[in-house]
Write a protein of this length. Structure first.
Length: 449
């Protein structure tokens, strides 16, 4: 279903230099697919022989995506020729903050032809995309992308993503002994497995501050809905005992990227030993990687687990996979911070109830230097949140720029912010409250693509 256009952003709309800003349609699939493939891979060291970004674009425009319509791209085109010179899109999804659902918009595939850059075309499209997101009730936007760029549009890098590998290594010495059989095997997942997979993934991410929620339609799309070479398509495998009982699942790209076979999802049901299962998982990875290399040439360099730093597999595999890496980060944008905090007030109350500040009553004033917030707590409940400018010397805590988002999403602790930013401070009387409300916790967002 199309999103109504706000009165301040009517489309199509003329732009300077003979350009037009309009919405996409299914008929744009071929031209937009070629555009995205060309623009987003121009600087890649290795060619994308499968045109995986073009495949993703076509999947977003074919009308089969559960949360993205064929007109959810903005396009800037030449009025005289119809040639696409800039584009981006918005993928709607539902995330959860401590289990509390919230609407999220994911801008993606942001690109401009080099001949048309530095004209404000991306900023103009972000204005429209953000308006669409607001109309859909999204309290948050999130995007993955190149360093720094999206800070210009109100985003801050505040949730980890493994832009470099967290744990990988060369072939482990895990060969089975003669006559020994693997205690766990991996079989292709089928649609009947999706309720188990959904439950397993939910259990594995429950402790994270932010998670992505999928209904059964989205799980079906993940399993069977994407075209073969879509860059986001995953191969799903159920992890089973020798008797066929499921104990978990994993997911990985169908291709081997950079001579490494990486797991993007890996979850076990509660009570199953990671120490017992991981040797079988690693043997599976090496077998798949070698088969791929035998068919396509090259040499397997490593296998790895590509998730958040607190993933339970890491302590088990570190002797086999000794290489670790530095995480990259998601860009997040909170356009209305008071509304966001009001929405997550039940989750914050639950955090207080589980802390030494259970039943807390009091006020807190946060300074963001150019704006501020007033928060009121009564018997452990956040009862009032309102925008209220406050001078830094009268505030209970002060956050430069958008550093509060690092605390809000568990990306950094109060101690981290003190160390990193000389103009961050918190009064000692309010330090326990901030630490109880916003403890540091790692998250791994597996977004809807």
């Amino acid at each position: 279903m199309s999103t109504p256009i706000p009165a301040e952003f009517p489309l199509p709309r003329p732009l300077p230099d003979g350009l037009i800003l309009r919405r996409s349609c299914a008929a744009d699939a071929d031209q937009l697919a070629e555009f995205n493939q060309r623009i987003h891979t121009a600087d890649d060291d290795e060619p994308d022989t499968h045109d995986s970004l073009a495949a993703w674009t076509r999947d977003l425009l074919n009308g089969q995506h559960p949360t993205h319509a064929p007109d959810d791209f903005t396009l800037v085109v030449e009025a005289s020729t119809g040639k696409i010179v800039s584009a981006m899109n918005l993928i709607s999804q539902t995330w959860a903050f401590d289990g509390l659902p919230l609407g999220v918009g994911r801008p993606e595939l942001v690109g401009t032809d080099p001949a048309y850059r530095n004209r404000g075309l991306v900023r103009t499209q972000f204005d429209v995309i953000h308006a669409w997101s607001r109309q859909r009730g999204h309290l948050l936007q999130g995007i993955t992308g190149i360093p720094y760029f999206y800070r210009q549009f109100g985003y801050e890098m505040t949730v980890e993503m493994p832009g470099r590998l967290f744990r990988r290594g060369k072939s482990p010495s895990l060969d089975l002994k003669p006559g020994e059989t693997d205690p766990y095997t991996m079989r292709p997942a089928v649609e009947a497995d999706l309720p188990f997979i959904a439950e397993c993934e939910a259990a594995g991410t429950r402790a994270q501050p932010l998670t992505v929620l999928r209904d059964l339609d989205l799980w079906r799309y993940e399993l069977n809905g994407m075209s073969q070479f879509n860059i986001h398509r995953s191969e799903f495998r159920l992890i089973t005992t020798a008797a066929g009982a499921p104990v978990g699942f994993l997911a990985h790209a169908p291709l081997i990227w950079g001579n490494a076979m990486l797991l993007s999802q890996l979850h076990l049901t509660p009570g199953i030993s990671w120490q017992a299962v991981m040797p079988s998982v690693l043997r599976y990875q090496w077998a798949v990687a070698r088969q791929h290399m035998d068919q396509n040439g090259g040499e397997v360099e490593s296998v790895g687990v590509w998730m958040c730093r607190d993933h339970p597999a890491y302590p088990v595999v570190k002797s086999f996979l000794p290489e670790t890496g530095i995480p990259y980060a998601w860009y997040l944008r909170v356009p209305d911070l008071p509304a966001f905090l009001r929405h997550i007030a039940p989750a914050l109350a639950a955090r207080l109830a589980a802390s030494p500040l259970a039943g807390h009553t009091g006020e807190m004033r946060l300074c963001f230097y150019r704006s501020g917030l007033y928060l009121k707590f009564e018997q452990g409940q956040l009862t009032q949140v309102q925008a209220e400018p406050v001078a830094w010397h009268k505030a209970d805590a002060a956050f430069p720029d958008q550093t509060f988002l690092h605390l809000l999403f568990g990306h950094r602790s109060v101690s981290d912010l003190r160390y990193m930013f000389g103009d961050f401070f918190v009064n000692s009387s309010h330090l326990p409250l901030l630490e109880a409300l916003f403890p540091p916790r790692a998250a791994y967002l597996w977004p809807i693509s």
